[in-house]
Design a protein. Structure first.
Length: 227
């Protein structure tokens, strides 16, 4: 009994189509997993870069001063537990020998620190504060100024200082709260004026009126002289 050729051909074509379909699905699955793998690798590289940056920041900040002492104490504990009395007996002699030298260098180190700190304190005290600069600038202006104008003027006059508009605006608002400056609005702009500059025209424009009594006494003296 022989197989029907038509049946064999149909079975072969069925398996051929199924294998082609499986190969297509396999290729699509490989493509999807490859895309996910590349995304995960990119995320892994970002995390590794962040880790290296954090390690460098940690090394820059350094460890606390108590860390070396704790490390030395932790390393000495196994020696004590092992029963080596010779090392534990020699340790006090080494620390006792190092103690006087540390006491000798401590005053000198303090003196050097104070000598280095004095020039820094002198230079810091020589520079005026930002609030003093802003008050002086407002006192010198006859017209109101915005925070941006004050910032540009101070930055041009003091290029060595990093003056920001947000800090200047906060300082101006503090001066307004302390009644050392006045705030006004022109459209959408907020302008500031020194309290001393705004009070000056009020004092100069106040009229001085003569007293009626003095004028009457002058007229009476003039009539007496004429008579």
């Amino acid at each position: 009994m022989t197989d029907n050729p038509v049946t064999i051909t149909s079975v072969t074509s069925h398996y051929t189509a199924q294998v082609a379909k499986d190969l297509e699905l396999n290729a699509k699955e490989q493509e999807r997993i490859g895309a996910e793998l590349s995304t995960l690798q990119a995320q892994l590289r970002i995390l590794q870069d962040d880790q290296s940056v954090l390690h460098s920041i940690q090394e820059t900040l350094g460890r606390p001063a108590s860390a070396p002492t704790t490390a030395e104490s932790s390393t000495s504990l196994p020696q004590q537990a092992s029963g080596k009395n010779t090392t534990t007996r020699r340790a006090p002699s080494k620390t006792a020998a190092k103690a006087p030298s540390a006491k000798k260098t401590t005053p000198q180190a303090k003196k050097e620190k104070t000598q280095r700190a004095e020039p820094k304190a002198a230079t810091a005290s020589a520079q005026p504060t930002l609030i003093a600069l802003i008050r002086t600038h407002l006192d010198q202006q006859k017209e109101p100024r915005s925070a941006a104008e004050v910032t540009s003027a101070l930055a041009e006059a003091h290029p060595q200082r990093n003056i920001k508009t947000t800090v200047v605006r906060t300082t101006l608002e503090n001066l307004v709260a302390k009644s050392q400056a006045h705030r006004s609005k022109q459209g959408a702009s907020v302008l500031y004026t020194s309290a001393a500059v705004q009070a000056a025209p009020e004092r100069t424009t106040a009229p001085v009126l003569p007293r009626p009594e003095q004028d009457n006494s002058k007229h009476e003296k003039a009539d007496a002289v004429s008579s």
